[in-house]
Design a protein. Structure first.
Length: 279
């Protein structure tokens, strides 16, 4: 299959490229100049090589032209684009038409509109985790350290709050302590909200990262990795909960080994297909 890879920041695009290659796909990469690591050029030059093209944020028409010229009809989005960058883009005509039709510029509205434009051009977005199924979080306690009664109560409380906030498309991460919400993620990202919580209440907090109630797995999928654990250690947080089957653990076993080394607890919350908590 001729596959398009629309690459943002972090390791997600690298892992997606590896997974697509293992399945023998012919990959064309569209890398976002303001976000994607330059090291992706080296990865693209591997075996077999993948064509890589750089575009700036807002160059949606150029992105579509690159993919169409390559004969791509299926694509994946992999890697974050910082939400704050949306305010600084210089849109081309195609992107301007998308933005002019939006009543709100939250993540869901913006990326869904982009996906619709791609589909109109014959390019359909695949589930972004298609090539990374083994990296999806499992359910249950995933580390050696178990939960205390107080931590379990904090998680039960935090799930209600986090689900409500995610349903409003405000953010997907909150930090709780003693059944109180300490910090809520907006545009700053997970690591920043963890750091802010540590500055506010010190050690002993729980981080709750959830998928949206109707999470579109084509984009904006929750992601954690070793840097998430580093942020927790710096802030004194002890517990991380993620949604099983809907959260990518980018560092695989190294993530869980690091959590065990730092005596952190990682929990995978089981949710039904309708997004309802099954615990």
């Amino acid at each position: 299959m001729k596959l398009g890879l629309i690459a943002g920041n972090g390791r997600f695009p690298f892992l997606t490229l590896e997974g697509a290659r293992r399945l023998g796909h012919d990959v064309t990469i569209v890398a976002i100049r303001e976000e994607t690591s330059p090291a992706l050029e080296t990865a693209a030059a591997g075996d077999p090589p993948a064509d890589l093209h750089w575009v700036s944020l807002g160059q949606l028409g150029k992105c579509i032209a690159i993919l169409r010229d390559a004969g791509v009809t299926r694509a994946v989005m992999a890697g974050q684009v910082k939400h704050t960058k949306v305010f600084g883009i210089v849109p081309d005509l195609t992107a301007l038409k998308v933005l002019s039709r939006l009543d709100t510029k939250n993540t869901d509205a913006l990326i869904t509109a982009v996906a619709d434009v791609l589909a109109d051009q014959g390019i359909h977005l695949e589930n972004s985790t298609t090539f990374l199924q083994p990296l999806l979080a499992k359910s249950g306690v995933l580390t050696r350290r178990s939960l205390s009664d107080d931590e379990r109560a904090d998680l039960d409380f935090g799930y209600r709050m986090a689900d409500a906030i995610a349903g409003l498309d405000v953010g997907q991460t909150i930090v709780v302590k003693d059944r109180a919400v300490v910090a809520v993620e907006a545009m700053e990202g997970t690591d920043a909200v963890i750091a802010r919580a540590g500055a506010l209440v010190g050690p002993g907090s729980c981080v709750v990262k959830v998928a949206k109630p109707a999470q579109d797995m084509r984009f904006d999928v929750p992601v954690v990795g070793v840097p998430t654990l580093t942020a927790m250690c710096d802030a004194g947080a002890r517990v991380l909960s993620v949604d099983a089957g809907r959260t990518l653990v980018l560092d695989g076993e190294a993530f869980y080994q690091s959590a065990d080394e730092h005596q952190l607890t990682v929990v995978g919350r089981e949710r039904g297909d309708d997004g309802v908590d099954q615990q």
